[in-house]
Design a protein around this ligand. Structure first.
Ligand code: C2O
Ligand code: CU
Length: 460
């Protein structure tokens, strides 16, 4: 039976809009506005959220590798916003960073994004303004799939988008705690309710013997999630959109905010069974199920072939080196740091400016980049986490490779855009500065970013 993968996505019973088929070049409009969605209990009350086109996640965007995507953002919020295309090695002017690559889009206004993603894989989009932490906590995000020219041999392509919401007992957004200082200098806004694909519980109808591709994405503000998938035959295929040599999946999948993982999995469950996907950071929590039907599968399939390579330039042999020292936060308060050009005490930073964290002695965005790279140079950034908290460091416009890590072997096979670091550890990443423009490097725990953990570099 020949069904297009596009058809499969649309018919998989997920909270997704069927994809409109667009003539190349025609822009798809996306409206950021308030909406209502059931988050806590199936059949329970709906919460007022902010979202794209009426639901969180917003519309699934899909484009073939090497083809242009055109999206018009309409802002029907009461705040300025933008769209950042997380993980896409994009033209700088389309990166969506308010005040750096474009002006923020005011309420009632719009912005045209148009770009050609060079890499196939699993990506996502979200606002990128001084209020990102609020806009994402309220539900503004969506997934972006760049389809391989030669798609892998799977029967279904399924989405698993996880978000961590902080809700009241009634199932409404907990707005009273939005923006509270404690979150900014501790772990960020941790939620109390997990949704998958915007639902309190997700169910995937599958047939025994099918081979599926599961695209896992975390859009959480700050919580690091750990998922346990059912079944014994699964392979990790890609991280942060970029293929890795297929690795049998052993153990759990860690997704820090912004990270993605692509898994290929054989449905070996008994027909008629329901098997849970669990979040296992603490007490295992069922968050989704495979509902398996059909006939028992007989033959085991061979392991999947690797996903086709993306056109990433290899690292140069002798990277230039720079340090990024990460300081501050609860338990290790900043003594002082510069902020907007003035050296301030930790106390003034906190009380007057809501800044609790610093990179290389600077809280927030500096006038000057922390690194200027010539086009094509390979740079190694030694990131030193002197804080008592984990952080997930996100690089714009490029992917990076871990080349050293103080707490274990570096994940040197993967090209990542977001790297998780534990307290008191160092990770050295290297990347080829081959995308001209002004790019951010920041913690993707969005309250940390807003409270100081952000900087930028310039290429070319
Ligand atoms: Cu996903 Cu700078 O962001
Ligand atoms: Cu952080």
């Amino acid at each position: 039976m020949q069904i297009s993968r596009r058809g499969l996505l649309a018919s998989a019973g997920l909270a997704l809009l069927p994809m409109p088929s667009l003539a190349a070049g025609a822009a798809q409009a996306i409206t950021a506005s308030s909406g209502r969605q059931v988050l806590l209990d199936e059949g329970g009350p709906s919460a007022e959220i902010w979202c794209y086109d009426g639901s969180a996640p917003g519309p699934l965007l899909s484009v073939a590798q090497g083809e242009e995507l055109a999206v018009r953002l309409e802002n029907a919020l009461e705040q300025p916003t933008t769209i950042h295309w997380h993980g896409i090695r994009i033209d700088n002017a389309m990166d969506g960073v308010a005040h750096m690559t474009q002006p923020a889009v005011k309420p009632g206004e719009g912005f045209d994004y148009r770009f050609t993603p060079p890499d196939a894989g699993t990506y996502w989009y979200h606002p990128h303004t001084g209020q990102s932490w609020e806009q994402l906590a309220r539900g503004l995000y969506g997934l972006l799939i760049v389809e391989e020219r030669e798609p892998p041999d799977v029967d279904r392509d399924l989405l698993f988008q996880a978000d961590d919401w902080r809700l009241t007992e009634e199932g409404l957004l907990d707005l009273a705690s939005l923006g509270n200082r404690h979150d900014f200098f501790h772990a960020g806004r941790l939620g109390n309710v997990l949704t998958i694909n915007g639902k309190p519980y997700e169910r995937y109808p599958l047939r025994s013997g099918e081979r599926i591709r599961l695209r896992l994405v975390s859009t959480a503000n700050a919580r690091v999630l750990h998922f346990r998938l059912p079944g014994e035959r699964a392979w990790l295929m890609a991280l942060d959109g970029q293929p890795i040599p297929p690795e049998p999946l052993i153990g759990d999948i860690t997704l820090a905010p912004g990270q993605r993982a692509d898994v290929i999995l054989d449905v070996t469950q008994e027909p008629g069974s329901e098997t849970a996907i669990q979040e296992v950071t603490n007490q295992p929590l069922d968050c989704a199920s495979f509902l398996t039907s059909g006939e028992a599968a007989l033959a085991l399939r061979p392991p999947p072939a690797p996903l086709p390579d993306n056109p990433l330039a290899p690292l140069g042999a002798e990277p230039r080196q720079i340090d990024l020292i990460m300081e501050g936060g609860a338990r290790r308060f900043l003594e002082e740091a510069s902020y907007k050009g003035a050296l301030l005490s930790g106390r003034d930073l906190a009380l007057e400016h809501g800044q609790f964290w610093a990179f290389n002695g600077i809280a927030g965005m500096a006038a000057e980049p922390f690194l200027r790279a010539a086009l094509g140079e390979t740079w190694a950034i030694r990131m030193v986490n002197k804080t008592a908290w984990p952080h997930v460091m996100h690089l714009h416009g490029h992917h990076m490779r871990e080349i050293a890590r103080s707490d274990g072997p570096p994940q040197s096979q993967a090209w990542r855009d977001s790297v998780l670091m534990q307290p008191d550890t160092e990770v050295t990443v290297a990347f080829v500065a081959d995308n001209p423009g002004k790019w951010m490097l920041h913690c993707h725990m969005l309250e940390h970013q807003a409270a100081g953990m952000q900087t930028w570099f310039e290429v070319g």
